[in-house]
Design a protein around this ligand. Structure first.
Ligand code: FAD
Length: 311
């Protein structure tokens, strides 16, 4: 093992973090696609962020931050960097009045259920987005007319040297599927969410209704990363894909869902190359036939930049 990776692994263990050598990343993505990485560390406290990320920087080891892996496409050939998971081991939620302070690894579902339990309304839109708070803030996740930017009042984040700063909403640069973190390289530690007093029965009814809408419209029975393409200005990716006759088109086990053409799904053993080939096929066809340029929504993680197809 590379001595630098060994160093990070030993430090992580000293901090009580769970570590996994040669971790299989398809187990950490909702697409169920992804090869091995030499080391995966589950961050378990602010100290682990502050110690391990600057260490990886100093050692010049490439690394990636994963939440739930629900917006990621990872190379089946594996990646050479370390994966730091901000998940269950860093997912506490605390309440002060109408404000919830949540660690970045808390899932949106867990926060929504906590809000429900406390009769707090305003986060129902996020129930069913299968990511962590960190991942949701990173890309300003949204659904059914709501976005993270509507409820976030502050975000505590760390730059890659370990400097911690708390940002106000004005500093967060939220826009459609975008925040300052999309480009800054900072790591989200926690965030405050402001909600309104509400009626428990009404909050639950709204969450149930949205869950049912997802179930009926989205191919949740197959692995995916949700919508494969961002909404282009003036249209909808799913509409354009359907108009181009691409529903059901597949490369190996990667398929444009017949239930919702905005989703590419993994019907079994799809790999990274098949998925990327299908994404390119869809983009090229839509561009040729409609003039719209579709942009991939999930982040593509691959050592080989040539293959990663990010536009
Ligand atoms: C079935 C399905 C339905 C979906 N529906 C929706 C939807 O309705 N609306 C929507 O917006 N999205 C949707 N998504 C996409 C996805 O769930 C969201 O983008 C979610 O916010 C990603 O969170 P994550 O924890 O999985 O992040 P990951 O996929 O693990 O990571 C995504 C990006 O966030 C970064 N990141 C994660 N945590 C941190 C952190 N703590 N600090 C800094 N960067 C971090 C990662 O480095 C990566 O660049 C859906 C996905 C699926 C599979």
């Amino acid at each position: 093992m590379d001595s630098r990776i060994k160093n990070i692994s030993e430090e992580a263990q000293k901090l009580g973090c769970t570590v996994e050598l040669n971790a299989v990343l398809k187990n950490y993505t909702t697409f169920r696609i992804g090869g091995e990485c030499p080391l995966l560390v589950k961050l378990n406290g602010e100290d682990s962020f502050l110690r391990l990320i600057p260490l990886a920087e100093r050692l010049n080891v490439p690394y990636y931050i994963f939440g739930k892996g629900s917006n990621l496409i990872v190379d089946s050939e594996g990646i050479s960097g370390v994966v730091f998971v901000v998940g269950k081991d860093f997912s506490e939620i605390a309440r002060s009045g109408n404000v919830l302070t949540c660690q970045a690894g808390a899932t949106l579902s867990k926060i929504c259920l906590y809000a429900l339990e406390n009769s707090l309304a305003g986060l129902e839109f996020a129930y069913g987005i299968p990511g962590t708070l960190g991942g949701a803030v990173f890309m300003n996740a949204g659904a059914y007319g709501g976005e993270m930017k509507d409820v976030i009042v502050s975000v505590k984040a760390m730059d890659r040297s370990g400097n911690v700063k708390t940002y106000s909403p004005q500093e967060l640069g939220f826009s459609y599927r975008h925040s300052r973190f999309t480009h800054s390289g900072e790591i989200i530690i926690s965030a405050e969410i402001r909600l309104e007093n509400g009626d428990k029965t009404e909050i639950k009814a709204k969450m149930d209704k949205l869950t049912e809408q997802r179930r009926s419209k989205q191919p949740l029975e197959f692995p995916s990363a949700g919508s494969t393409f961002k909404r282009p200005e003036g249209s909808y990716a799913s509409l354009l894909i359907e108009q181009c006759g691409l529903k059901g088109v597949h490369v190996g086990d990667a398929e444009v869902s017949t239930k919702h053409s905005g989703f590419i799904i993994n019907k079994g053993n799809a790999d990274f190359s098949q998925l990327m080939e299908l994404i390119e096929l869809v983009r090229n066809t839509v561009k040729e036939k409609t003039g719209y340029v579709l942009e991939c929504e999930p982040l593509i993680i691959s050592d080989n930049r040539e293959r990663n197809g990010r536009k």
